[in-house]
Design a protein around this ligand. Structure first.
Ligand code: ADP
Ligand code: F6P
Length: 321
């Protein structure tokens, strides 16, 4: 039987996952493999939700958000019994390797499947949060930031008309990367992230000072990981006397057409994943460093620390009004 390469998407979806699936499929077929698309992440592997993909099946998806393979979170996959079951399924499909597109949890599953199930697994970082330690860049991050920025541009109009302060909660799980970049790009007066301490009185003072300097409307960006958007909104209103409203952007940030950057990065990473499997590599994460595609051992990638960009945070705070 012709050797196959499997591909699945796991965890929260991210714009650009389709571009990665397309690249994996075409690169693999062009190297002589069959491609098996596994639906709904590790769940699909356990329950046999597999479809063979042709080059034509991945036509017209590079520009689409979401994932044509669907995605899911699979709690069973933390148990050895299920990892071994999934490995059996991979072997029955004659899989030479499996490309897992997802976040750090998905990579832990891929590492277990490599180690315990002896399946060649390659992880591609697919999450809007940009919270995986090793790669500097994750598929979906750029699109999500642009979506949030566009939404805040719209909020700014109404905020301006009503002389209000808009507190905007953006996604990112426990990380403040989306918040920090979006705060700069949207001209926010303050950015609150889990990585940095914040002082409500100092934020209120800054808003009052800006108000005295004729600034009439304000944007405050808060990362969801701070877990206190409502309290911050109330606090600003009470301390400044300025009418303050909260907008939680939510899942809209995960949708939409991927940006050029996400499409190109996803395509490069998908191609590299197939090259790695073809060369016999296993247990690697494909990432980007200094705008170059790299690959590292999964455990090493998971153990790495990604320090928060305190310099960018400083810039953000120094140009607010
Ligand atoms: P998200 O951050 O959107 O949840 P992840 O890639 O972290 O994305 O997805 C988590 C999923 O990864 C889990 O639901 C599960 O399916 C899978 N997973 C597999 N093995 C593990 C593990 N050892 N620890 C955590 N998650 C795992
Ligand atoms: O990891 C992506 C992400 O969108 C996070 O930013 C957010 O915390 C989480 O997933 C939301 O998950 P769910 O889709 O389960 O609501």
């Amino acid at each position: 039987m012709q050797k196959a390469i499997g591909v699945l998407t796991s965890g929260g979806d991210a714009p650009g996952m389709n571009a990665a699936v397309r690249a994996v499929t075409r690169a693999a077929i062009n190297k002589g493999y069959r491609v098996i698309g596994i639906q709904r992440g590790y769940n699909g592997l356990l329950h046999g939700e597999c479809v063979e993909l042709s080059c034509r099946d991945v036509s017209d998806i590079i520009q689409r958000g979401g994932t044509i393979l669907y995605t899911a979170r699979c709690l069973e996959f933390k148990q050895e019994e299920y990892i071994l079951k999934a490995a059996e399924k991979c072997k029955s499909l004659n899989m030479e390797g499996l490309v897992v597109i997802g976040g750090d949890g998905s990579f832990r599953g891929a590492a277990d499947l490599s180690r315990l199930g002896n399946i060649r697994c390659i992880g591609l970082p697919g999450t809007i949060d940009n919270d995986i330690q090793c790669p500097e860049y994750t598929i979906g991050y750029d699109t999500a930031m642009n979506t949030a920025m566009e939404m805040i541009d719209k909020l700014r109009d109404t905020s301006q008309s009503h002389d209000r302060c808009s507190v905007v909660e953006v996604m990112g799980r426990n990380a403040g990367w989306i918040a920090l970049n979006v705060a700069i790009a949207s001209g926010a007066i303050a950015c609150i992230t889990p990585e940095m301490p914040y002082d409500m009185n100092a934020i209120a003072e800054k808003i009052k000072k800006a108000h005295e300097a004729q600034k009439e409307h304000f944007i405050v960006v808060v990362a969801e990981g701070v877990n206190n958007s409502e309290g911050i909104t109330k606090g600003i209103q009470e301390l400044t006397g300025i009418e303050t409203r909260l907008t939680v952007l939510g899942h809209v940030q995960r949708g939409g057409m991927p940006t050029l950057r996400d499409r190109v990065a996803a395509s490069q990473m998908g191609y590299r994943a197939v090259e790695l499997i073809d060369s016999g590599a296993t247990n690697r994460v494909v990432g980007m460093k200094d705008n170059k595609i790299i690959d590292v051992d999964i455990q090493e990638a998971l153990a790495m620390k990604k320090p928060f960009d305190t310099e960018l945070y400083r810039v953000c705070n120094e140009i607010t009004f």
